[in-house]
Write a protein that binds this ligand. Structure first.
Ligand code: F6P
Length: 550
């Protein structure tokens, strides 16, 4: 294993400086910061590509960010970043490079892994994906009965589902008018059956997406889908109705998919970082090869910003430092992402895997227990829906929930307001502005009393404020800006992982569950006995077997 990023962060002078500084900030209020520093709002912002990020409503003063960047610098975050970008095996427990950024490099660039540039391979696969999607979109690719494909179903789970699913929904306005792209992930048969309901096998193509091609959910769903196709169109229909995306050509061939219909990627692409690889195929089907190129180019814009901007002006680094600050100094347990864009409804779910599978660890790269708090619990829903559900807790609850607001200047489409002379999008953005403002500045008892509120009601109406948020804005939700936002969060997650000195690129924690599910399947289905199981599991197995219909 290669060396760790750093260790003992909590004994460093830079950490101690932050500790000494923290009480000042903990007792400060955002109202006071803004009153005492009128330029704060315009100054505490950063631009990366087309993204304009306002972090002025965070619980920091002007000194905090300097102290945080000093800490990041002291632990060697820039060197670690460069090693990752150069293809060093920073995924130490699997001895792998971590090169999702190579998937977005322009063809003229070079990046050597084991003495060979990976860029030509990346563009060869992108070219094959482009040729395939062109044929699908222009109707040259036909199903077994000679009909055009009008439904594409991606079967995959985790990183082989969440990114493409999120992006296809986010880019709804850029999609091909005659091809629907659907997603099946859950091994609950309701998912596959609900998706296949009402669609025609003759006009349906499946993408079986699995990095390993051994994931039980995906292979089970793919096998059921194959039976659905062959029952109606015959075995010979499989090549026209199935393609695969994987790193594992052997297993793809075993499954019965022609390797010429397989789009490959490489073990240096982590599942949750794979949307810019061939795992993005459903997105390319939906939006076309040029727009997918725009998506990759958006990511590359932020990759370059991450690689080149000084830490104090580096957007993903700043956001990662803030995440680390809240987890480790304020003890914040969760972090909300609230897109004011309905088309980004799945973005929080996508970020959950990105952040929590990456940084939900308790052991440092050197095998020692962490001495810091690692990833927060990420969650979220689009605004304005969440305002009428859980924002009450954000405003007046006892927990501190740092929040990201996401918004766009131009909507994909707009409609007139109820009075017929305004924009619905303006209402949406006004809500975003109102929420971040109320969270930050609240309303004091004096202000409430001045409104003539009866004394006994005043404490109920006090809005404490001082609730931190960051606002991420882009001109419009397009393939390019979506790519920028994804890369922004990828590198932010990297920053938090590097500060806590964990390996953000493995996921051993999910393996044992997979292993035990396989063992328990044989017990649940009655092929092996429940002997030796713990008494709770054994009693549930007994209840299940006696309760389910034969
Ligand atoms: O849930 C664990 C995991 O390994 C994720 O990291 C991954 O994205 C997902 O399973 C799916 O894996 P695969 O693409 O190999 O089917």
């Amino acid at each position: 294993m290669t060396t760790s990023v750093h260790s003992d962060i909590t004994t460093r002078l830079e950490w101690l400086n932050l500790q000494a500084h923290f009480p000042d900030v903990a007792t400060g209020h955002l109202r006071g910061y803004f009153d005492g520093d009128p330029a704060r709002g315009g100054d505490l912002t950063v631009t990366a590509g087309d993204l304009f990020i306002d972090y002025s409503l965070n619980r920091i003063d002007r000194r905090t960010l300097r102290l945080l960047t000093e800490l990041a610098s002291a632990v060697g975050i820039e060197e670690y970043r460069d090693r990752m970008l150069d293809g060093a095996p920073v995924n130490t427990t699997e001895n792998r490079a971590v090169l999702h950024t190579a998937l977005r490099l322009p063809p003229e660039m070079e990046l050597l892994v084991d003495g060979r540039s990976v860029v030509p391979d990346v563009h060869r696969v992108l070219g094959r994906m482009g040729d395939f999607t062109d044929r699908l979109r222009n109707g040259q690719w036909r199903g077994a009965t000679g009909q055009r494909i009008t439904t594409v179903v991606n079967i995959g789970i985790g990183g082989s589902d969440l990114g493409p699913r999120m992006a296809c929904q986010a880019l709804r306005n850029f999609t091909h008018p005659d091809i629907r792209v659907k997603f099946v992930s859950n091994v609950d048969p309701a998912d596959l059956l609900g998706t296949l309901d009402g669609i025609d096998p003759a006009t349906t193509l499946f993408i079986v997406a699995s990095k390993t091609f051994t994931t039980i959910e995906t292979l089970t769903n793919a096998t059921a889908a194959r039976s659905w196709i062959t029952a109606q169109l015959g075995d010979q229909a499989v090549p026209q109705h199935f393609v695969a995306v994987s790193t594992n050509a052997v297993e793809v061939a075993k499954f019965g998919i022609d390797p010429t219909n397989m789009f490959e990627f490489w073990d240096w692409v982590g599942g949750r970082y794979s949307i810019s690889s061939a795992i993005g195929l459903p997105v390319m089907v939906a939006i076309g090869r040029e727009a997918f190129g725009e998506f990759l180019s958006g990511m590359h814009t932020i990759d370059r910003h991450f690689a080149e901007a000084p830490l104090e002006a580096n957007a993903p680094v700043i956001l990662g430092l803030l995440g680390f600050w809240y987890s480790n100094f304020f003890g914040a347990e969760t972090r909300a992402v609230l897109p004011y864009a309905n088309d980004l409804a799945r973005f929080p779910a996508y970020l959950q895997q990105l952040a929590m599978e990456s940084n939900g660890k308790a052991v440092q790269t050197n095998g020692e227990p962490v001495d810091t708090s690692t990833s927060a619990i990420w969650w979220g829903e689009p605004g304005t829906n969440g305002q009428h559900a859980f924002y009450q807790l954000l405003h007046q609850g006892t927990r501190l929930v740092p929040t990201d607001f996401i918004g766009f200047a131009e909507p994909a489409e707009d409609l007139l307001t109820i009075d017929g002379d305004g924009s619905m999008h303006d209402i949406l953005i006004s809500n975003l502005l109102a929420q971040r403002r109320v969270l930050a500045f609240g309303r004091t008892s004096d202000e409430i009393t001045a409104h003539g509120v009866p004394t006994d009601l005043v404490p109920h109406k006090v809005m404490p404020g001082n609730r931190p948020s960051t606002t991420i804005l882009a001109p419009k939700l397009t393939p390019n800006t979506l790519g920028q936002m994804i890369a922004l969060y990828e590198h932010q997650v990297f920053t938090e992982g590097a500060l806590t000195n964990i390996n953000s690129f493995d996921q051993w924690g999910v393996e044992l569950g997979k292993e035990q599910a396989l063992q328990l399947h044989s017990v649940v289905s009655g092929r092996t006995s429940a002997a030796g199981l713990d008494s709770s599991t054994a009693s549930i197995v007994e209840w299940y077997q006696s309760t389910r219909p034969d």
